[in-house]
Write a protein that binds this ligand. Structure first.
Ligand code: ADP
Ligand code: MG
Length: 236
């Protein structure tokens, strides 16, 4: 469903080799993305989201090339570790901003928000401000805001890194179920191998701007044949 083909990028002034990505994610799949710090995980996500412009290569969603479409019009939504909620607005309004920045919502859109809050266990907290929520709840709000946008590609860039193991597992399980139900395609960047085990049948390993392995998660983590993967896991 999401296909990345020979997608090349180089930061201005960077004299090292081009980053060049190849990867595909199926409908209903959460593919985990692991790799050393600085290997290009966030860069790949930014290219998919449209925040960076590739030198060449293709990003296809359902066979349709999207690399020339502006970020705001891509069928992509991204969640970061910093949740970027507005502290002065309540939970409902923060989520509503995902649908329409002018906040003029139809009854149907109101219902979409109510359903998203329900599926993320946030019902009853609609009037709270972000400062009145726990860290886990705030990341749920960020997820709800991403989901109401109803885009088919979900990118999570260390979105749950600030949370403890139990909460992370809970949110990842939730994401997995939602991605399956909505038949989205998701990429999950995490530094915790356990996250990949929970989230993903397949995991991709990035090294020096290349996806050098895509393997069943357990195999990649527990019996890695590549020295780069062994080094990464060993240094954790
Ligand atoms: P990761 O998310 O895997 O830790 P990044 O994608 O953030 O890695 O970074 C990949 C490489 O690109 C790193 O070497 C980093 O220093 C470089 N880089 C990231 N952002 C910029 C930037 N805005 N300008 C120049 N180089 C950058
Ligand atoms: Mg990063």
């Amino acid at each position: 469903m999401l296909e990345i083909e020979q997608l090349c990028y180089r930061f201005a002034g960077d004299h090292s080799e081009n980053m060049k990505f190849d990867l595909s994610v199926g409908a209903g799949e959460v593919l985990s993305l692991i790799g050393p710090s600085g290997s290009g995980k966030s860069t790949l996500l930014s290219l998919i989201a449209g925040f960076l412009k590739p030198e060449r290569g293709h990003i296809r969603v359902h066979g349709q090339a999207i690399e020339h479409i502006p970020a705001s019009q891509r069928p992509v939504t991204i969640v970061f570790q910093q949740h970027n909620l507005f502290p002065h607005l309540d939970l409902f309004t923060n989520v509503a901003l995902g649908i329409n920045p002018s906040l003029k919502l139809s009854q149907q859109q109101d219902q979409v928000i109510i359903d998203a809050l329900d599926s993320l266990g946030l019902t009853g907290l609609e009037n709270r401000k972000p400062g009145e929520l726990s860290g886990g709840q705030r990341q749920r709000v960020a997820l709800a805001r991403a989901l109401v946008r109803d885009r088919s590609i979900l990118l999570l860039d260390e979105a749950f890194a600030a949370l403890g193991p139990a909460l992370r597992a809970e949110l990842i399980t939730l994401v997995k179920a939602l991605v399956e139900r909505k038949q989205m395609a998701a990429l999950l960047v995490s530094h915790q191998p356990r996250d990949a085990l929970i989230a993903s049948d397949r995991t991709a390993f990035i090294h020096d701007g290349r996806v050098i392995a895509v393997q069943p998660t357990r195999q990649l983590l527990e019996n890695p044949d590549l020295v780069e993967v062994r080094t990464y896991l060993g240094s954790m």
